[in-house]
Design a protein around this ligand. Structure first.
Ligand code: TXA
Ligand code: MG
Length: 348
């Protein structure tokens, strides 16, 4: 068992308390396999409003709703055949699917920022599942709205300590579930019917709204569809553009994941005094250094990325230099987060 994990009894008590607090409209930070979430009852305007307040999150940025079962998801969103295929292949797991919202589900309009769609996900984490199950026993259709449990624009939390340092006493409870196993926020997709099918268009396609550890190749394989990217492209000068005419996740803010330090990307030779975020068995640096994966395994790099940024930032580094990471597989998601961190540091 993870040595950071509290003993079993404490965890049982926390899960019980989390369930009660959420049912009463409280705010609870809890672990998922991706990052820690800041949860509230998705049907309570009052509780959801507190999420936005505590995070300092702009109200136009909608939240992901977490469910404990496929049934619960089907009560909240309209799932077509393609969406069901994705559910089958990836749930529970780090894939969020944006589908049309069922009004009768009674989800607070603050959650969706007034959009006719809703982002749903079923986390693959025993603590998150126990909390969802516990709260659902007394309230049918219960679901948890939860963004990442960090102040808006800052680095996402992958451990109890990260949440504690950032949000501390502003939340009613932080449940400690050790370090998260995936380390990056979920992949987000939506399904789009192309109107121009007759002109040689591709009919139904998947739109990638945010890259994550579920990769484009995995999505294409499971769905049999083409994945088009609607992810905001970030240029060297820190200016972003939508790569497509498609929808973008409204919250995919260009300046995000901001450490206190400036972030420099693709650095092979760091300058003196810079802290280095690297990986691989031979990576070395005189001075502050964090090895994301001794083995050079990109899934491990993803898992430890935010912890590495938190760590070097905590040492008071003024510049964090990051080694180049290949833009393939999970590297796409890693680079997406790093480019946003670097873009945010241009303001410094
Ligand atoms: O892994 C995760 O997804 C974590 C854990 C806690 O589950 N949650 C998370 O939430 O990353 P957050 O709020 O940090 O990111 C939610 C993203 C935002 O970019 C938001 O714009 C997008 O989901 N989103 C939510 N509803 C949407 C919708 N109806 N259409 C398009 N994008 C949506
Ligand atoms: Mg976030």
């Amino acid at each position: 068992m993870d040595e950071n994990l509290q003993n079993y009894k404490d965890l049982e008590t926390d899960i019980h308390d989390a369930t009660r607090l959420l049912s009463e409209g409280g705010l609870v930070a809890f672990p998922t396999e991706t990052v820690y979430g800041l949860g509230a009852d998705a049907r309570s305007d009052k509780a959801v409003a507190r999420i936005f307040e505590v995070k300092g999150r702009p109200s136009f940025n909608p939240l992901i709703v977490h469910v404990g079962s496929v049934e619960a998801a089907l009560g909240i969103g309209e799932f077509n055949e393609v969406a069901l295929k994705l559910v089958d292949a990836f749930w529970p797991g780090p894939l969020t699917i944006v589908v049309p919202l069922k009004k009768e589900a009674g989800i607070s309009s603050l959650v969706t920022a007034g959009l006719p769609t809703i982002a749903l996900r079923m986390p693959d984490h025993k603590v998150a599942q126990a909390i969802l199950e516990g709260a659902g026993v007394h309230r049918a259709g219960f679901a948890i709205a939860a963004p990442s449990a960090n102040s808006s624009g800052r680095i996402s939390p992958t451990s109890y300590v990260h949440v504690k340092n950032d949000l501390g006493s502003k939340v009613d409870l932080i449940v400690d579930g050790g370090e998260t196993s995936k380390g990056l926020e979920s992949t987000i997709v939506t399904i789009k019917e192309n109107a121009d099918k007759e002109d040689g268009g591709r009919g139904t396609v998947l739109h990638l709204l945010r890259p994550g550890t579920v990769t484009v190749a995995e999505l294409e394989q499971a769905s049999g569809l083409t994945v088009e990217s609607s992810v905001l492209h970030i240029h060297e000068d820190g200016v972003g553009s939508d790569g497509n005419d498609g929808p973008i996740a409204p919250g995919s803010l260009l300046r995000h994941y901001a450490p206190r330090a400036r972030v420099r990307l693709n650095v092979l030779e760091a300058e003196e005094g810079e802290a280095v975020l690297g990986f691989g068995p031979d990576d070395r640096h005189e001075g502050h250094f964090y090895n994301l994966s001794e083995a050079g395994d990109m899934m491990e790099v993803a898992q430890r990325l935010f912890a590495g940024l938190h760590y070097l930032d905590g040492l008071g580094a003024s510049i964090i230099a990051v080694r180049p990471i290949a833009d393939e597989g999970v590297g796409v998601a890693i680079n997406d987060r790093l480019r946003r961190a670097a873009a945010s540091s241009l303001d410094k």
